[in-house]
Design a protein. Structure first.
Lengths: 286, 147
């Protein structure tokens, strides 16, 4: 992805998503090592090329030309060039993709030079020689069916990124999420929350004792009276209501574990035993 | 005086996480939408919004509508106590294009009902009920993964 740092804006921002963004992200990920990591947007137009080692060429053009961040955008156009070899000329097929849909195919005829050898040609260089003559589709159709004459193809992609004039820094960032397909795993619980009620009075001295031992925090979130962080999950005990207290267990992975913690908690607060407190300490995140 | 359960723990939210192990076509006309429509016609599909990174979502208003192969757990789900709970339990599955599946199970039981005695008599959330819910998610997972 591409991210920008603007004057007067805290943190990085990114371009608004449009039909080109997914493809541009793929290109950035694929050619990340060839891209400049940072560059100065004070220069009005910056262009660079990547993919020179592959069968495609990608040209980036970064223009600091829009007045506000809301107007920032990106555009992409791709041209696929296919070439066929004949005795005295080359036949070209050019297909354009402007993001929304593929355009029509266009055919060209190119006169061959005397000593041109198929095995040594660079398709990009060959196209750059020019001297192309547009052909009617019907004329090209017959010869292009001959696969034996097919030489190869190359793709040229042009990406134009228009950024705000107050942009101070632009960075290409590799999106590692796109590479990470995780191994097949069965669904397993990662977060279960339970609600129940406790019956019986918890003596104030017991609450003071466990608070002093730092097993329990007073006044936890969500209005709870006691809050206990254990390695198996979080337990919250709410205020006394006619000898009943609402209890919630959050971030557990099974009912057995939640029951285990709550039952132990009940025994501990019932007896006020220091030994049980000490054992319960092993459950808790200090 | 002893402190003990006044009413046992009842699940109100359960989240499971799993992976298909491959990329997946989650678009409106894609493979997984067709597959789920055939296998689970009662599910409701909510299309992904790529620009906002919103996943493909399938929803079941009642988890009991999903049939699983495990006879013992299926039988348990038909028991009155478990069924009372499960019929108020909905399931939402979100699937990413990288094959990650998040299963969210939530109880539609409203908190004001939880304090009524009639409700407490009817409700029974046991380990078997939890195992049934997990088995349902594993069953859906297998279908998505194409096993």
């Amino acid at each position: 992805m591409i991210r920008q740092y603007h004057t007067g804006v805290n943190g990085w921002t990114s371009l608004k998503n449009n039909v080109h963004n997914v493809r541009i992200k793929e290109i950035v990920n694929k050619y990340f090592d060839e891209l400049p990591s940072k560059f100065d947007p004070n220069v009005a137009v910056q262009s660079f090329r990547v993919g020179s080692e592959s069968d495609e060429s990608i040209f980036f053009h970064i223009l600091s030309n829009v007045s506000s961040r809301q107007d920032e955008n990106c555009n992409r156009s791709e041209q696929l060039f296919k070439v066929w070899n004949f005795k005295h000329f080359w036949i070209w097929q050019v297909t354009c993709d402007f993001g929304e849909s593929y355009g029509d195919e266009t055919y060209y005829k190119q006169q061959k030079e005397v000593n041109e050898v198929v095995s040594k040609i660079d398709i990009k260089e060959l196209w750059d020689k020019g001297n192309l003559m547009k052909m009617h589709d019907e004329d090209a159709y017959g010869v292009l069916r001959r696969e034996v004459n097919f030489v190869g193809s190359t793709k040229i992609t042009s990406i134009v990124i228009n950024v705000s004039q107050d942009t101070r820094l632009i960075e290409f960032v590799k999106d590692s999420k796109n590479d990470n397909v995780q191994e097949n795993t069965k669904p397993r619980p990662v977060n279960i929350c339970y609600t129940g009620r406790l019956k019986g009075k918890i003596a104030q001295e017991v609450i003071d004792k466990v608070v002093r031992k730092k097993l329990v925090k007073r006044r936890g979130p969500c209005g709870s009276e006691m809050h206990i962080d254990t390695y198996m999950g979080v337990v919250q005990i709410f205020g006394n209501n006619c000898n009943f207290r609402r209890i919630t267990c959050k971030a557990f992975v099974s009912k057995k574990q939640a029951d285990c913690v709550v039952e132990y908690l009940c025994r501990m607060v019932s007896s006020g035993s220091l030994l049980l407190c000490a054992v319960f300490f092993m459950f808790c995140i200090a | 005086m002893n402190v003990e359960y006044g009413s046992p723990l009842v699940m109100h939210m359960l989240v499971l996480h799993g992976n298909i192990g491959s990329k997946i076509d989650i678009s409106r006309n894609g493979y997984i939408v067709d597959k789920m429509a055939i296998e689970f016609p009662e599910s409701r599909y909510i299309a992904p919004i790529e620009e906002h990174n919103i996943h493909a979502i399938f929803k079941w208003e009642c988890i009991l509508k999903i049939q699983i192969g495990d006879a013992k757990l299926s039988q348990h789900a038909k028991n009155e106590d478990a069924a009372n709970f499960l019929k108020c339990t909905e399931l939402t599955v979100s699937i990413t294009r990288l094959g990650t599946c998040i299963y969210r199970i939530g109880s539609k039981i409203r908190s004001e009902l939880e304090d009524t005695d009639a409700f407490k008599r009817d409700i029974n959330y046991s380990d078997e009920t939890e195992n049934f819910i997990i088995a349902v998610c594993c069953h859906i997972h297998d279908i998505i993964a194409g096993f």
